[in-house]
Write a protein that binds this ligand. Structure first.
Ligand SMILES: Nc1ncnc2c1ncn2[C@@H]1O[C@H](COP(=O)(O)OP(=O)(O)O)[C@@H](O)[C@H]1O
Ligand SMILES: C[C@@](O)(CCOP(=O)(O)OP(=O)(O)O)CC(=O)O
Length: 198
């Protein structure tokens, strides 16, 4: 694979969380607050879903969505992706970063320790880890239901332990408003985006 020169980021925010915890909602909120000039959302699942959809003649946009369409293929996509990660743990990380020029990267869907290790190795010092949390009751209200083989597997549990999170965002209805919870993170991103040193 041709290596593409990637602009060095000044800050990488690696988000993880269970299905329907609100990873996309929270990262979209941050992206809207910071603006597309200084930050970009990277989805590790996007290059996976694109290739998977191409190989199986499926609708890539639907796989990117939050509806039931992707759930039909989730288990097979997980297995398909894990076969590739076994050969090259950074395969999807490298693809997701291609072409990004903004100084602040928001990775919305880290799932495995290998994801964290890849970014921490490639970009030591720039990487922060954030966990989005919501109660199972809240997640059920958003359409989640426990699925054996999915919710008890690495894809959903790989970052449950062994990670010192820099921030934990509580994303239930009765939680502190996101704007307040994210204040320090947003200030750090704006400061890093404006700084010279990477
Ligand atoms: N704080 C929130 N307020 C309102 N709706 C939310 C909130 N967090 C998540 N949602 C909604 O819940 C659903 C699941 O959120 P999403 O970000 O897609 O979860 P994940 O990416 O973790 O699976 C989406 O419809 C989203 O709009
Ligand atoms: C095969 C996957 O990449 C599918 C991920 O799809 P989404 O990122 O859409 O999942 P949620 O937003 O948490 O519902 C998971 C993996 O193990 O790589």
């Amino acid at each position: 694979m041709a290596t593409m020169v990637v602009a060095r980021p000044k800050l990488i925010l690696l988000f993880s969380g269970k299905r329907k915890s609100g990873k996309d909602y929270v990262t979209d909120f941050i992206h809207q607050r910071l603006g597309n000039e200084i930050c970009c959302i990277l989805r590790l699942s996007a290059p996976l879903k694109e290739q998977y959809a191409r190989e199986r003649g499926l609708d890539f946009e639907e796989l990117l969505g939050s509806g039931q369409y992707k759930e039909q293929y989730r288990a097979d996509m997980i297995a398909w992706g894990e076969r590739r990660r076994e050969q090259d743990p950074g395969f999807f990380c490298r693809l997701a970063q291609m072409g990004v020029t903004q100084p602040v990267w928001i990775v919305s869907d880290a799932r495995r320790l290998s994801d964290l290790q890849w970014f921490r190795t490639e970009y030591p010092g720039q990487t922060r880890c954030i966990r989005v949390e919501a109660s199972e009751n809240t997640r059920r209200q958003r359409g989640w239901e426990f699925t054996p083989g999915i919710d008890d597997a690495e894809s959903e549990c790989g970052l449950d332990h062994g990670v010192n999170y820099d921030w934990i965002i509580h994303n239930d209805e009765d939680a502190v408003p996101l704007e307040e919870q994210l204040q320090v993170l947003l200030s750090l991103a704006e400061q890093k985006a404006g700084s010279e040193a990477s």
